[in-house]
Design a protein around this ligand. Structure first.
Ligand SMILES: Nc1ncnc2c1ncn2[C@@H]1O[C@H](COP(=O)(O)OP(=O)(O)OP(=O)(O)O)[C@@H](O)[C@H]1O
Length: 310
């Protein structure tokens, strides 16, 4: 270890609560599915913080736990352990009645299969009206909100059509309108563009961005599509049921006056201090089981076992 005297910044006497001011906080989230004698750990201690008003993409290989995370945030599935708070709701301890209220008012959920979001025998207008009727909103307010949402999502002229009379992209827009009907603070969308061709997918994704910007709704969208995740300011990658890395994007104006989007990738450190070192870094320096950590004044270095210290 380094023997250099260091003047390190003093830590605050009591660290602030993890994600205290955030809208969504997941801490050490675990979800274990039991099917027969087999146990599947879909989430293995996932940490995630989402600020109010953010639009976040969640990416990861198939089976990494993305849909499980979204189902928990939507209040349709419950975690096995850990902490999850959305707005003022503790999703682990909430009562059944509160869960109903939470699902009705705080989150809107667009499911992976387009058809699963829609009712075949109802028109677009009737489907958007339904969650507001369940919430006992007055008829006049319901009519106004339905018209506003359908217009905003570019399907105002399809109000009297049923799902079978619409394209996949149009059906997805109706599903988004339904999810937004009761003015939720959070919109969760699981692979909303998975069944669409690339042009339609780009258009639907543009709609989600507009919803985020115009209505201020916090959007969490699961996607496989790099063209989609490349358009949001923050992308979180999940690997083996944990957040492994994050990409932040910001616009920067170069000396030639052109604006470019700069993407920077970060490793994510969990609450216990664990960081995943990418495989190419490990291979480049032959980092194996045992490494040396060296604390410097403004960074921590990881050295191969037996390398020069400090
Ligand atoms: N109801 C369930 N019962 C048993 N295992 C499940 C259940 N739901 C999910 N799993 C398992 O949990 C793991 C995570 O699944 P999840 O659907 O969250 O992954 P995903 O990242 O959304 O995958 P995809 O991109 O394919 O949708 C997988 O191994 C999956 O087989």
């Amino acid at each position: 270890m380094s023997t250099k005297p260091l003047s390190l910044p003093q830590p605050p006497s009591k660290p602030p609560e993890f994600g205290r001011d955030a809208l969504i906080v997941c801490e050490s989230l675990v979800r274990i599915y039991q099917s027969g004698s087999v146990e599947v750990q879909a989430l293995q201690g996932l940490d995630l913080v989402v600020e109010s008003g953010e639009m976040l993409a969640v990416v990861g290989a198939s089976g990494s736990g993305k849909s499980t995370l979204l189902s928990i945030l939507a209040g349709v599935d419950a975690p096995t352990a850990g902490r999850v708070r959305v707005d003022r709701w503790n999703l682990l301890t909430m009562s059944r009645a509160d869960r109903v209220r939470y699902r009705r008012h705080t989150v809107g959920f667009v499911r992976q299969q387009t058809a699963a979001n829609l009712i075949p025998y109802l028109t677009a207008r009737q489907m958007v009206d339904l969650p507001m009727t369940a919430a006992q909103a007055p008829a006049r307010a319901r009519r106004r909100r339905t018209a506003e949402l359908l217009d905003m999502l570019g399907i105002g002229d399809l109000a009297e059509r049923r799902p079978a009379q619409m394209s996949g992209g149009q059906q997805m827009r109706v599903a988004i309108a339904v999810a937004l009907a009761n003015e939720p603070r959070v919109l969760l969308a699981d692979e909303p563009t998975g069944e669409l061709d690339s042009a339609t997918s780009a258009a639907v994704f543009g709609t989600l961005r507009e919803v985020n910007r115009r209505l201020g709704v916090t959007v969490v969208v699961v996607t496989h599509d790099p063209a989609v995740s490349g358009q949001v300011e923050r992308t979180v990658a999940i690997r083996d049921g944990r957040t492994s890395s994050e990409v932040l994007r910001r616009a920067a104006t170069g000396s030639d006056g052109d604006t470019q989007v700069i993407a920077e990738e970060y490793a994510v450190m969990d609450r216990a201090g664990r960081v995943q070192v990418p495989r190419d870094y490990r291979e480049a320096l032959a980092l194996t089981r045992r490494v040396r950590l060296v604390l410097e004044s403004d960074h921590v270095a990881i050295r191969p076992d037996g390398g020069e210290a400090g």
